[in-house]
Design a protein around this ligand. Structure first.
Ligand code: PBG
Length: 325
């Protein structure tokens, strides 16, 4: 049976009706707000390509974290900038580095906030790659030991969740073993499981000062054309002990989010990355789009595709808008 018996417009006649039949409801409960921790005191420098996003020293990070917690956002993810970069990214595992000091400060402030950390070497290495480089190649096995050490130092500082974003093979297992053998069996792993080699990370690389000094990341991050390979990456990470798996970026990979959601029963996260954020900001500043409506639609789409956890630089704005919805 069809028209005139069936009239889908009947349920779209008022906001009350539309709300009644809405399938996807946004809330702050799955949001993670990314932040950039840098050395020093009293530092707060805006990232030029990411309006409203700052590189901040631990004392200022805590201030913003207080605001984030008060907005009802449950978690932040911290990225770190080092004092000095070197070949092996040694500051990644330094207990006195910006991320570790920020975690400690957040803990001392007793904020109602989960702390996730990004585990990677690219911000810390002089060459800007996510692992150890030898003869122009990014080596896998020596890198995972260093990543595990970085994750351990985050756990020691008080992180709730560590998030390896390097895409080396076997790093989730190496991190799990390292955490478990040091008494951190309760620290969870959010694996950047299907992370694509993407141009959408451009603004982030300005924020994290992590642009590769030679070559590209295509020998470790995934080829944008692949979805079956994403499922294999996710399966491997779950096998190695990942508690949450992530697809990144989000918007050009909604089909991957959906496929992962259907195939696996662990929580699925998606990273609405820097380039996705900056495009919206730039268009909004030009008066070309309605920022609030665009962001609500984007985040609804990512959630509808199957992500229950969303990392987004829009988190604070979203939380404010949702309070008034
Ligand atoms: C580090 C890392 C990157 C992002 C998160 N962790 C950049 C990259 O791989 O080059 C990107 C996040 C964003 O663009 O918002 N490996």
């Amino acid at each position: 049976m069809s028209f005139p018996v069936h009239r889908p417009r009947r349920l779209r006649r008022s906001e009350a009706l539309r709300g009644l039949v809405r399938e996807t409801h946004l809330s702050t409960s799955g949001l993670i707000y990314p932040m950039f921790a840098c050395p020093g005191k009293g530092v707060r420098a805006e990232v030029s390509s990411m309006p409203g996003i700052y590189q901040q020293s631990p004392d200022r990070i805590v201030e913003e974290c207080r605001e984030v917690a008060n907005l009802g956002i449950p978690a932040v993810i911290l990225f770190g900038l080092p004092e000095h970069k070197d070949e092996t990214g040694s500051e990644a595992a330094d207990p006195n580095a910006a991320v570790q000091r920020s975690i400690d400060a957040i803990r001392k402030a007793k904020l109602n906030l989960l702390v996730v950390t990004d585990v990677c070497l690219c911000e810390y290495t002089s060459h800007g790659h996510c692992g150890v480089v030898k003869n122009g190649e990014v080596l896998n096995d020596p890198s995972i030991e260093l990543l595990a050490n970085a994750a351990l130092s985050h756990a020691r500082a008080g992180a709730d969740i560590v998030g390896p974003s390097d895409m080396m093979d076997g790093r989730v297992g190496a991190i799990r073993r390292k955490l478990d053998s040091n008494g951190f069996a309760d620290v969870a792993i959010l694996a950047y499981a299907a992370k694509y080699a993407s141009a959408f990370y451009g603004p982030f690389r300005e924020a994290a000062e992590s642009t590769p000094q030679f070559g590209h990341r295509r020998s470790y991050q995934m080829d944008p054309g692949n979805i079956r390979e994403a499922l294999r990456e996710v399966a491997l990470d779950i096998d190695e002990g990942a508690d949450i798996v992530m697809v990144k970026p989000a918007l050009p990979y909604l089909d991957v989010i959906r496929a992962v959601r259907e195939r696996f029963d662990v929580p699925v996260a998606a990273y609405n990355v820097s380039g996705e954020f900056s495009m919206v900001k730039a268009a909004a500043r030009n008066g070309w789009i309605d920022e609030q409506r665009i962001v609500l639609e984007i985040i609804t789409g990512i959630q509808r595709a199957g992500a229950s956890i969303i990392l987004t630089y829009h988190a604070k704005d979203l939380a404010r808008w949702l309070q008034h919805c």
